[in-house]
Design a protein around this ligand. Structure first.
Ligand SMILES: [Zn+2]
Length: 643
């Protein structure tokens, strides 16, 4: 067989190119017409959306939507594709099933667009005035299918995943009236305004445009309590608490709630405006529903553990969540990067300025946490130390600019990755935070303390009090606003830190703020709590290793001691120097290795057992900030409450 084949090949070769037959090369098959582009003209008529959210046993939302149509002919419905605040084209299309469309009681066949799979085409029959659209949204029944949004105690209803809308119009030009049937006895919170109290278990909301609808999700639940965070104000701010158990609702102390009220006061001092007529923190205390922190103009979806109030001292790393999401009402929702703002939810969103949208929100989130007392000054500084250490050692900074990481929501969508320190991740959040600290301390130093980034926040985010729409901005607008606060070459400052590959760690703001990053062998309380919350043992700054539950190798610092020994993510640490793994035993061994003791790790990967000898004599290392005596203490000034 083999020799015959060789002989055949030899014969072909002898025949030479002159005898070779010419075959046609392939050409691309024609593409279908693109989906109708959105135009800024009103869609005639009012859409009606009915969601039945009572099927909590099976975790299914049943949707019925009526869409008025002007006449017969081709018509396209869109399921939203881009997730506002998620910055990615990954809305849960795969969860939609049972789609049927009818007109006058008769089925109307639909066809999904072969390229734009979020578009559904129909041919509206003559005489039809309305399309009746029905489907189910099959919400995840386990975390491996996506974020769990329905439990026996609560649900998170996101209109984005429960409604279609007509192609061809800006989404703000499509008016829709929504209603929800909730399980008996459940309460709800949302930024939408009801037409009245629930009737026969159904809550009806006043008509809004499609953008406002998807920007106004709902939490509902069996156990609910509302706390007024701005008593007596004309524009209410409310904490709508939902919990796994009724006793968790009453766990908040007077002092804890007062710090949340102080958050509102401090935010108003910072921005000097509001762009909502009421604001609702939809706040879930749960370990059953999936975690979330998602911003909206008039509300936010916020998830914390059940013990947020009960274990207050032990869980500081959860307490910047509300300040972060609240800040987004100004930075992200009202002021929005021009390339991120889109005419509807099926046009690509571009995130080139997410280092402002998220980076400065990260900055103000922590500053407002400090100013409101949600974090003590020590906790706020320890949190900053942890961030500074991450970016001091983020070796991926040597090849990838911060701005390039703004594509990560599209590229990676927060899936686990093996080499975060080298690949980078959505670094525009925290590295952005450090760049804005750099800018703030620079303004404070140059103006001898007369001006600060607070002035920028008020001038940039605080404009047009009461405007509930969006005000887009560009890079040049940022530079101009910074220059108006403090003349400087801000374009160069930002280009060097954001667009260029900048190998130097972004720690100038710390030092100018009067503090330096140091490492000691004792964890800060904040670092410890972050480890506990993530259920990890974080040895990133010593042997370059992060372990998950039971010794799972969850992270290896690129080019660190564990990396150099050959370790990688995915194995399981079984033994340290021949004795079964235990976090304290590993820490003791790292300390003992300073004096020359061995540090030998037995790791199981699949069916293989391997021993790795770690060459590290530096002992345990954990980040914290240390005051640089004799220099102005700007950090303390930044985190101090404003009077
Ligand atoms: Zn954010």
């Amino acid at each position: 067989m083999k020799s015959m084949l060789l002989a055949a090949c030899a014969a072909l070769a002898l025949a030479g190119p002159a005898a070779a037959q010419i075959f046609p090369e392939p050409q691309p098959y024609p593409m279908p017409a693109p989906t109708l582009a959105p135009r800024d003209v009103p869609y005639p008529g009012l859409l009606k959306l009915e969601v039945d959210a009572t099927d909590i046993d099976r975790r299914i939302f049943h949707v019925h939507e009526t869409v008025p149509v002007a006449g017969p002919g081709p018509f396209t419905l869109l399921f939203p594709q881009w997730v506002p605040g998620g910055h990615s084209p990954r809305n849960s299309l795969e969860k939609i099933a049972g789609i049927t469309i009818r007109a006058g009681g008769k089925p109307v066949p639909w066809k999904r667009d072969p390229v734009d799979v979020f578009a559904f085409h129909v041919d509206v029959p003559a005489g039809a005035t309305t399309l009746d659209v029905s489907f189910q949204a099959l919400s995840p029944t386990a975390a491996d299918q996506g974020r769990v949004v329905m439990t026996d105690e609560m649900l998170n209803l996101q209109w984005l995943s429960l409604a279609m809308y007509p192609a061809g119009h800006y989404s703000r030009q499509v008016q829709i009236e929504a209603s929800v049937r909730l399980p008996d006895g459940w309460a709800y919170g949302t930024a939408l305004e009801p037409t009245g109290p629930p009737a026969s278990g159904v809550v009806r909301f006043k008509p809004v445009n499609f953008d406002v609808l998807v920007d106004s999700p709902m939490f509902a639940g069996r156990y609910y309590r509302q706390v007024d965070l701005d008593p007596g104000a004309a524009i209410p701010v409310r904490l709508d608490i939902f919990a796994d158990r009724p006793e968790l609702l009453e766990a908040a102390t007077v002092d804890q709630l007062e710090r949340h009220r102080e958050l509102v006061r401090q935010a108003y001092k910072l921005y000097g405006s509001t762009h909502y007529n009421h604001y609702d923190f939809l706040f879930a205390l749960t370990d059953r529903m999936g975690g979330i922190g998602l911003e909206h103009h008039r509300s936010s979806e916020d998830g914390a553990g059940p013990n947020y109030f009960l274990d207050w001292a032990a869980l500081p790393s959860e307490r910047d969540l509300l300040p972060h999401e609240f800040t987004h009402s100004w930075n992200g929702k009202f002021r929005r990067p021009a390339d991120l703002w889109t005419a509807n939810l099926n046009v690509p969103m571009r995130g080139s300025l997410l280092w402002v949208y998220e980076g400065q929100t990260q900055y103000w989130g922590f500053v407002l946490s400090g100013r409101s007392g949600l974090l003590s000054k020590a906790e706020a500084l320890d949190a900053l130390a942890a961030t500074a250490a991450t970016y001091e050692t983020r070796i991926g900074r040597t090849w990838r600019a911060v701005e390039d990481t703004t594509e990560d929501p599209i590229i990676n969508s927060r899936r686990p990755q093996p080499w975060t320190s080298w690949q980078r991740s959505e670094d525009y959040y925290q590295e952005g935070q450090l760049v804005w600290l750099d800018a703030d301390t620079l303004i404070r130093s140059r103006s001898s303390g007369k001006r600060s980034l607070d002035d920028f926040a008020k001038a940039f985010f605080g404009i047009e009090n009461g405007n509930g729409s969006e005000r887009p901005y560009t890079f040049d607008d940022i530079v101009a606003a910074l220059n108006a606060v403090e003349p400087y070459d801000w374009a160069k400052f930002l280009h060097e830190r954001i667009d260029e590959v900048a190998a130097k760690p972004p720690l100038d703001g710390l030092v100018r703020g009067g503090w330096r990053l140091v490492y000691t062998d004792i964890e800060t309380a904040y670092f410890k709590s972050a480890e506990a919350r993530r259920k990890t043992v974080d040895l990133s700054y010593s042997i370059g290793l992060t372990l998950g539950a039971g010794g799972d190798v969850a992270g290896v610092q690129w080019d660190g001691p564990a990396f150099k020994a050959g370790l990688t993510v995915g194995g399981k640490l079984l033994a340290v120097n021949g004795i079964a793994y235990d976090a304290d035993r590993l820490r003791e061994a790292i300390t003992a290795a300073r004096g020359g003791a061995p540090l030998s790790l037995l790791v199981k990967t699949g069916d293989h057992y391997k021993t790795f000898d770690i060459a590290w004599k530096g002992g345990l290392r954990y980040p914290r900030l240390q005051r640089i005596e004799g220099t102005p203490d700007l950090l303390t000034a930044i985190y101090a409450p404003r009077k």
